[in-house]
Design a protein around this ligand. Structure first.
Ligand code: ZN
Length: 417
């Protein structure tokens, strides 16, 4: 019998066990408050000794992998913020599929906004849905991935895969400190600890309907206007930086980007998100600066936009400063990569629809993997409007389907029959 058929049959006769395993694991992980905030916000979370504290979830993940006899390695840049990498299969054919989920969560926000449950860290099942902080982002999908490994082991045996299925439970996805140090996927990539040949990052929602194969690049630019301070009663003695900035801002409204529209990502965008200028009403403003969010398509760079911005500022005044504060490159993987095909082929009979490739304006782990040369897609269960909000929820049925699909896609890509 073909391995995929064996897996389907095993799944059909063990569905309630799969479901119970996923619900139990998700709930146990959600009870661990692995809240990841920037260091300056740590004081608002007195139950945290360090931010993230992903070790609390890692303890659950490693306990399960040990119980199931799945080998894994542990890598941590800082004690208490580990990354676990479980591996299954013979690893003989050079094909290695990574499913990467993260163990940290965003804060619960104002508890009074949660209407479905009282305590965001005391998850509940209601009418087939799981509610709680992290049930979707990203502990539920992590539980699905773990149970997929267990399912494969019990249905066809851990040595049945000719390639290798890797499950990563990662730290540090939800926040970055000012120093930019990354304790999760960035750390693993820097240290050369990821040897996957392709990856699925279940962190975009859209109910498994969309496969994120391209993400815009971009970043943040700071533009500063310089003036000359003077007493507010004699503005003619100074140069008002706020007025200078106002003249410039009009020109940014329809920014003349130079680019080729991308079939999935479309057009670049610009958003002036923050402005700061002046010291007091009775002082002529000596400086004024804006922070500009840019989302760029392949072919554009922050450096090229910086050059263009500088040119535009010169039309207003000769002394504007334009600096890149933060920068990431766009990426787009080939729509004909076998991973996309494997997802579509296996998902259609299980879900009743065919997931389609899309491009995103935001960035997931998939960006860093792609930029490191590992073709990676964002694809997974859940409502994209349920991320980072009160009453975060996920459908248990979807988590169960996703678990089966990881097994089927792994067999398709990594199996040998
Ligand atoms: Zn996430």
């Amino acid at each position: 019998m073909k391995a995929a058929q064996k897996l389907r049959e095993w799944f059909d006769s063990h569905q309630s066990q799969v479901r119970d395993d996923i619900v139990r694991l998700t709930m146990e992980m959600v009870r661990q408050r692995t809240v990841n905030v920037t260091p300056d916000k740590l004081i608002e979370h007195p139950y945290l000794a360090i931010r993230g504290e992903e070790w609390r979830v890692a303890a659950i993940v490693s306990r399960e992998l040990e119980a199931w006899g799945i080998p894994f390695t542990r890598h941590e840049r800082q004690q208490g913020r580990p990354n676990l990498l479980g591996r299954m299969g013979r690893n003989e054919n050079g094909k290695r599929l990574l499913v990467a989920a993260h163990m940290d969560v965003v804060p619960a926000g104002d508890p009074s906004e949660w209407k479905k449950i009282k305590n965001p860290f005391e998850p509940e099942v209601q009418q087939g849905m799981l509610y709680g902080r992290g049930v979707l982002d990203n502990k539920g999908p992590l539980a699905s991935a773990l149970v997929a490994v267990k399912m494969l082991r019990e249905a066809i045996g851990s040595e049945a895969l000719a390639g290798q299925l890797q499950i990563a439970a990662l730290s540090d996805e939800e926040a970055t400190g000012e120093d930019g140090v990354d304790y999760g996927v960035g750390y693993l990539l820097e240290e050369g600890l990821i040897d996957a040949t392709c990856a699925i990052v279940p962190d975009i929602g859209e109910f498994m309907r969309s496969i994120d194969i391209a993400e815009k690049g971009g970043g943040v630019m700071r533009v500063t206007a310089r003036g000359v301070q003077a007493h507010g009663s004699t503005p003619e003695r100074g140069v008002n930086a706020i007025h200078k900035m106002a003249n410039l801002l009009q020109r940014f409204e329809a920014f003349p980007f130079v680019y080729e529209p991308h079939p999935l990502l479309g057009h670049p965008t610009i958003n002036v998100g923050l402005i700061h200028g002046g010291a007091a009403p009775n002082i002529v403003a000596g400086s004024c600066s804006i922070l500009v969010d840019l989302r760029l398509v392949p072919g554009q760079t922050m450096e090229s936009v910086q050059g263009q911005m500088l040119e535009i500022t010169r039309q207003v005044a000769s002394d504007f400063e334009v600096e890149i504060v933060d920068s990431r490159a766009p990426h787009a993987m080939s729509p004909s990569h076998p991973l996309i095909d494997a997802i579509q082929r296996n998902a259609e009979p299980v879900l009743g629809f065919r997931p389609e490739p899309v491009g995103l304006g935001g960035a997931t782990f998939a960006k860093w993997l792609n930029l490191a040369g590992i073709p990676s897609v964002g694809w997974g269960p859940g409502d994209d409007n349920a991320f980072h909000v009160a009453d975060e929820y996920v459908s248990i049925e979807e988590l169960v389907q996703f678990s089966l699909l990881i097994g089927l896609v792994a067999l398709d890509l990594l199996g040998d029959d």
